[in-house]
Design a protein around this ligand. Structure first.
Ligand code: ADP
Length: 600
């Protein structure tokens, strides 16, 4: 796997072709993300709505007071003034209380939704096919999930804090003002429309830039992640300078993209500000002119000024949050793409379960190409249940590819893989993987105890101590167990004890044995062991796997000497087939390979 994958032209094209993510889609997805919290969130929204509506009152109260106090004479009735002031106090208390309740509760919901979606996305990663994972690099995936989750949180927060207030301020204020001066209200409405057109022109362009920046950041973080993850090879193979050059290139590309994004956002702000302030001055001048003509009161000027401040701050707010929303939207769209990615296992619906009783796996005229480059052509052989078959051949012969097909990583081959009469393609991955175990050359170790690293492959038998012990014995993990400070409870992996290559492979085998598979695929699974240990493991595996059907790829021919049958691959086809004795006696390709290895 390499970060160069992210540079594949087909990948880029696919992204550029992606349909834009509309506001409607965002709203629909946000409702989906809210899930069971929808009703709670509606409650929060209603409280906040009432809070904002009540907050239209103070500016109105002030304008009334200005009018009343303007006409006030000493000793006149103060009851109306008193009522206005008392109501103002009540509204203020309610306002702050409601903000407290809606934010406490609303943010908690946002937090929960954020964690839930992240969990869902990680679950999705586990279900996605290997072919998908090979296309994307690890840093990208994590960044995508992290950013998407945070953006969902942010949008919910913006909804509670800003959007409701903006909505109420615009609609409520227009309504109140229309009771006093209709032409002015209409011109505010027209202003809002023109403002929205300008804002949307800029936001669309800024959105494109935001998406481009997001993707560039994902690529960058993928590259950094891999560089740090592969630190040992980076150091010993002097890859540092090359990687640094690549990082510098990517980072300067990213800088240019960020600057473009900034330009669009800043220019948008400036234009919108000039337009908004111009309108404010013009409309205030209009009211002053009306007052001089005796057609408006000073109270209305106070009301208008108060409301316009609200209105303007709502609109400014909208301009600010629309930038945040645009960026968040791009991240949510990327996360949603991941969540919607079709999954092989989900495509399993309607497929058959792996048969309980089966007798043979037949490869019938199997051919496969990577991007039109043929790798396997016309491969046919039958594995009887319980048989152990060794596969040998020079590097590049197609052995690992054959495994990938047996593991359902690729299914676009011609010919067939049949379990008795049922094509493997028609069998669900989930049920197939319950029966298969594969041990590859590199065993991936988690930072868990040795025990957990083994039982992880078979949750149903997690508590089965006898099986655990047997697995360690068969894979000869027991041989090095005494070296671990806490025995099976020793943490291994990143922060614990490091295992040698051979010990890791034995752990991998123990994990496979613990899974109790019916079909076992070993791809150079004992290559890091010395010949003696390998021989001992082979012996115990053979004894244990009486009923197991095993396919073993090995470079070291002594590994597969005892197999029931050996298949020699060359250039994607079967060259020879037979038991060790038969092949040896035939004095063909296998014989030559054997003799060569014996000399070394
Ligand atoms: P073996 O395991 O016998 O060494 P492989 O099955 O790994 O051989 O590879 C067979 C051929 O397929 C090689 O030429 C290799 O370069 C090519 N190949 C393997 N994996 C891929 C891939 N993901 N994309 C394109 N070509 C590949």
């Amino acid at each position: 796997m390499s970060f160069l994958h992210s540079d594949l032209p087909s990948d880029k094209m696919a992204r550029e072709k992606a349909a834009p993510y509309s506001n409607r889609a965002l709203a629909r997805d946000m409702l989906g993300f809210l899930g069971e919290h929808k009703i709670d969130f509606l409650g929060v929204t209603i409280i906040r709505l009432l809070s904002e509506i009540s907050w239209l009152y103070p500016a109105y109260a002030l304008s009334q007071l200005v009018t009343l106090l303007g006409a006030y004479t000493l000793g006149a009735d103060t009851r109306v003034i008193f009522t206005i002031v008392s109501l103002w106090v009540v509204v203020s208390i309610w306002r702050h209380l409601s903000i407290y309740i809606s934010q406490m509760h609303g943010f908690a919901i946002a937090e929960r939704v954020y964690l839930k979606v992240q969990e869902e996305a990680i679950g999705k990663l586990f279900r996605l096919d290997i072919a998908w994972h090979e296309r994307e690099n690890t840093g990208n995936k994590l960044k995508r999930i992290e950013r998407g989750g945070e953006s969902i949180y942010q949008i919910l927060r913006i909804w509670i804090v800003n959007i409701i207030s903006i909505g109420v301020n615009s609609v409520g204020i227009l309504f109140v003002l229309s009771q006093f001066d209709l032409p002015l209200t209409l011109s505010i409405a027209l202003f809002t429309i023109s403002y929205a057109i300008i804002a949307s022109y800029f936001t669309k362009r800024a959105a494109d830039r935001a998406r481009i920046v997001n993707e560039a950041q994902e690529e960058m973080s993928g590259l950094l992640f891999e560089s740090i993850g592969n630190m040992r090879s980076v150091k010993v193979m002097s890859m540092g300078p090359w990687l640094m050059r690549r990082i510098r290139e990517k980072s300067s590309d990213l800088r240019i993209k960020i600057e473009e994004r900034m330009w669009w956002f800043q220019t948008a702000s400036l234009t919108k500000n000039i337009w908004g302030q111009g309108f404010r001055v013009a409309s205030a001048a209009y009211i002053v002119w009306q007052i001089t003509k005796g057609q408006q009161t000073v109270g209305f000027l106070v009301l208008y000024y108060g409301y316009y401040s609200y209105f303007w701050s709502a609109i400014e707010n909208l301009a600010n949050i629309s930038q945040e929303i645009v960026i968040a939207k791009a991240s949510i769209a990327r996360l949603k793409e991941l969540l919607d990615e079709p999954v092989g296992i989900e495509n399993d619906r309607g497929k058959r379960r792996f048969p309980k009783e089966w007798h043979a796996i037949e490869l019938r005229n199997l051919s496969f190409s990577y991007n039109k480059q043929p790798v396997l052509s016309g491969v046919s052989f039958t594995l009887r249940r319980g048989e152990k078959v060794g596969i040998v051949g020079l590097s590049g012969a197609g052995k690992s590819t054959l495994f990938k097909l047996l593991l359902k990583e690729y299914e676009n081959y011609t010919g067939d893989i049949l379990i008795d009469d049922v094509p493997l393609r028609r069998i669900s991955k989930l049920s197939y993987f319950e029966r298969v175990a594969a041990v590859l050359q590199e065993t991936e170790v988690f930072n868990l105890s040795l025990h957990d690293n083994v039982v992880i492959s078979n949750m149903a038998k997690e508590q089965d101590g006898a099986l655990f012990k047997r697995s360690l014995d068969i894979a000869h993990v027991t041989d090095f167990l005494h070296k671990l400070p806490l025995g099976p409870d020793t943490l291994i992996g990143e922060k614990g004890v490091k295992l040698s290559g051979g010990e890791r492979q034995r752990l991998g085998l123990a994990r496979a044995v613990f899974k109790e598979p019916e079909i076992l695929l070993l791809d150079e699974a004992t290559s890091h062991l010395d010949i003696e240990s390998e021989q001992r493991i082979q012996d115990s595996l053979h004894r244990f796997f009486e009923k197991v059907t095993a396919v073993v790829i090995a470079h070291r021919l002594s590994t597969i000497k005892e197999m029931d049958r050996i298949i020699v691959f060359e250039n994607g086809t079967i060259l020879e087939e037979g038991s060790f004795e038969e092949l040896y006696a035939r004095r063909g390709r296998f014989f030559t390979l054997w003799e060569k290895q014996k000399l070394n």
